[in-house]
Design a protein around this ligand. Structure first.
Ligand SMILES: [Ca+2]
Length: 472
């Protein structure tokens, strides 16, 4: 009898101890829009776009006014999020390139310490170009190969009524793509929280990337704009609504307090959209000017972060190192060198100056950001560099290379030194094998044998028709 009582007393004690340790691990949600420019939020007073849900999130969290995508295009920035490294080191030189399997990812690191990991939406790291198609179960570079237990993903951008792949099984879905992936992510979140497991959920939206498709209701909010801009802004309205859905449901599930939501865009805004997308900055997607790299970003974590606006410069390369510090992941989870740093100290301190510079490299162009100074390499091979002071000249008009030669020469030599280390990474020197193992070539799915059997079935889908007709 006494032994029985002891066991009965002990069991609840053990369970509650376990609950305490589990509770300490924050849940993590990464959200990324596709081609949303720095100026396209309500909290930056965009002239036609309202984003009430992003605005609420910004009011309740840490808002970054100088947050940078690692690259001015999609896939490279995604590679930087998962590895903490500049895109070129990982083999993702531009959009449509496959992430090397030799890289170590944030998802794998979190999986190892007990997180349930899920990817929802655009992947774009398996070497495929063209509108997003469902990813095959036996694809050598599907999200599961990089640490995701569960995935509902497409190869690239996707719109209304998407055809997606759930762990390799095709699912034909109806409705707004932003809402679909958030609802599916919430099902995953609820299931994991019922099992008392911490979750790492990546929601990579396909909006507001081309083709622009919005519901009548969302489009009608922008009746005074040209058709293309109406649909583009309509996509952002739907995205914002999905943020509202996510945050509301996290509160209902009593998960909001200890869940980190880190939101940003994957590159700068687009041209030929009116009103413009980059908040008055120079350049746009595809360029290394501020308009191509600077993106909106917010981290919300109610139990830890007090609301604040910062102009501390940070980047998508900082995401992995920051989460590693929060969760206590060891250094062995990274392929070195990393280019990002942990910015956790910003959560409870008013840090103004960044000590580590932020480097960029994309297609023989590059940049090095040292707080207010930005060195730009307009052509690395031809040794063409410029220098700007973003504080006095946020639109990058006045090249200070000859005026401020000390800063210019110093930053140039740092950039060139860093650039050599990137070349060494490209050659595979960071991996235990000291070389690059086989990786798929970047290609369009309409030239991929695996997809051809589906062409007959897909030819009437608006998102695929043009690609299929090109090869018929
Ligand atoms: Ca993009």
């Amino acid at each position: 009898m006494l032994n029985h009582l002891r066991i009965l007393i002990l069991i609840p004690l053990l369970i509650s101890c376990q609950n305490i340790t589990e509770e300490k691990k924050p849940n993590i949600i990464l959200i990324m829009t596709d081609d949303q420019g720095w100026g396209q939020t309500g909290y930056y007073k965009h002239p036609v776009l309202d984003t009430p849900n992003l605005d609420e999130m910004a009011k309740n969290g840490l808002r970054f006014d100088r947050f940078y995508a690692a690259s001015p295009v999609c896939s490279p920035t995604r590679a930087s999020v998962l590895t903490g490294r500049t895109n070129d080191r990982t083999g993702v030189f531009s959009w449509g390139y496959a992430l090397r399997r030799q890289e170590k990812t944030l998802a794998s690191a979190l999986q190892k310490v007990g997180y349930s990991t899920g990817h929802f939406g655009k992947w774009h790291l398996n070497g495929l170009s063209g509108p997003g198609v469902p990813i095959f179960k036996d694809d050598s570079h599907h999200p599961g190969m990089f640490g995701f237990d569960h995935w509902l993903s497409v190869s690239n951008f996707f719109d209304i009524n998407p055809l997606m792949s759930e762990n390799g099984f095709f699912v034909d879905l109806k409705g707004s793509s932003s809402e679909i992936i958030v609802k599916k992510a919430l099902e995953f979140i609820e299931e994991k929280s019922n099992q008392n497991l911490p979750f790492f959920t990546v929601i990579w939206d396909g909006s507001p990337h081309i083709p622009f498709m919005a519901s009548e209701k969302d489009r009608n909010k922008f009746q005074n704009l040209d058709k293309r801009s109406q649909l583009h802004y309509g996509e952002l309205a739907a995205f914002d609504r999905s943020i509202g859905l996510l945050r509301e449901q996290l509160r209902k599930l009593d998960l909001a307090e200890n869940t980190i939501i880190w939101y940003c865009s994957d590159n700068g805004g687009l041209t030929e959209i009116y009103p413009e997308t980059v908040g008055g900055l120079k350049g746009s997607k595809n360029t290394i000017w501020e308009g191509g790299l600077r993106v909106p970003a917010i981290i919300e974590w109610p139990s830890v972060i007090k609301p604040k606006i910062t102009s501390y410069p940070a980047s998508t390369m900082d995401i992995f190192p920051t989460i590693a510090e929060i969760v206590g992941l060891s250094e062995t989870n990274f392929i070195k060198p990393t280019d990002g740093i942990s910015i956790k100290s910003l959560f409870d301190n008013d840090v103004k100056k960044r000590h580590n510079k932020i480097p960029f490299r994309y297609k023989n162009q590059g940049a090095l950001l040292d707080n207010n100074f930005k060195l730009i390499a307009t052509n690395i091979k031809e040794n063409k560099f410029e220098l700007y002071n973003l504080k006095t000249d946020p639109r990058e008009i006045e090249n200070l290379a000859t005026e401020n030669t000390i800063v210019f020469e110093k930053m140039k030599s740092e950039f060139l030194h860093w650039n050599q280390s990137v070349d060494s990474s490209i050659a595979g020197r960071d991996y235990p094998e000291r070389k690059v193992l086989k990786n798929p070539e970047s290609h369009y799915w309409n030239k991929d044998n695996r997809y051809q059997p589906f062409f007959q079935e897909w030819i009437n889908r608006p998102e695929y028709r043009e690609q299929i007709l090109k090869v018929r």
